[in-house]
Design a protein around this ligand. Structure first.
Ligand code: SF4
Length: 239
């Protein structure tokens, strides 16, 4: 490993430590992040019962590129001024659940969720369902009837924008998803795997050999089993 790469890795370690200081305790079982609506709910379950695990260094570097692009658009490209906000904190409280998040960019009548992506091709025709669910939560929290998911290709800055109308049905399904995970966490019964497991890109990106941080537990834990280490799983059974 070269000198500059060492500096970058040291920066990423410092950044990770700073983030851990910002969030020293994990959120309560009934508290979720809006961004989790876009991912695998079984992973959210494992995060809750086994504790949050950090991404590997390759993934963290990719995420850094995404963060830099977000900051660039928010700081230099999108408008600023009265009634315009970047990353406002939003909160939904419903049926005992608390869902928190930060919308990327909010104007008087616009709501933008920015997503940097390696390949626009996967999202050119239609936005990712998970990103739509995440946007629904922001629309609900802000009482908006429409919003937009914007994909920015990392290597070229090509942009694809998808205007999305609020759908009560998708919003309700999203809340139901979180309710199911909350129940799973309370009963310590893991939900189903993603249909595409083990080859879904959330599970394993073979080209770069990046795996979900809970891949091993997911593989050996049948849906309905807790996924806890053996001694703790015994305690759950005894109760
Ligand atoms: S390995 Fe795949 S299905 Fe299992 S928790 Fe991770 S993302 Fe979900």
């Amino acid at each position: 490993m070269g000198r500059v790469e060492n500096y970058l890795n040291a920066y990423l370690e410092q950044f990770k430590a700073m983030k851990e200081r910002e969030h020293p305790t994990p959120p309560a079982d009934n508290v979720f992040y809006a961004s989790q609506a876009g991912g695998c709910m079984r992973k959210v379950y494992f995060e809750k019962i086994l504790g949050r695990r950090d991404f590997d260094i390759v993934t963290r570097k990719k995420m850094l590129v995404g963060d830099i692009i977000h900051d660039f658009f928010q700081e230099h490209v999108l408008p600023k001024g009265e009634g315009i906000a970047n990353e406002p904190t939003l909160k939904i409280e419903q049926e005992g659940l608390v869902i928190v998040g930060h919308a990327d960019h909010v104007e008087m009548s616009e709501l933008d969720e920015l997503k940097s992506t390696a390949w626009l091709s996967f999202s050119e025709e239609k936005p990712d369902d998970g990103h739509v669910r995440q946007l629904m939560l922001y629309m609900k929290a802000l009482n908006r009837s429409h919003g937009q998911v914007t994909y920015i290709e990392k290597a070229s800055f090509k942009i694809v924008e998808h205007a999305i109308k609020f759908s009560e049905k998708i919003y309700d399904e999203t809340i139901e998803g979180f309710k199911r995970i909350y129940t799973a966490v309370l009963t310590k019964k893991s939900p189903e795997r993603l249909e595409g497991f083990p080859n879904d890109w959330h599970c394993h990106q073979k080209k770069e050999n990046i795996k979900c941080p809970y891949f091993e537990e997911c593989e050996r834990t049948k849906p309905g089993e807790s996924g806890l280490p053996a001694t703790e799983a015994q305690d759950v059974k005894a109760n």
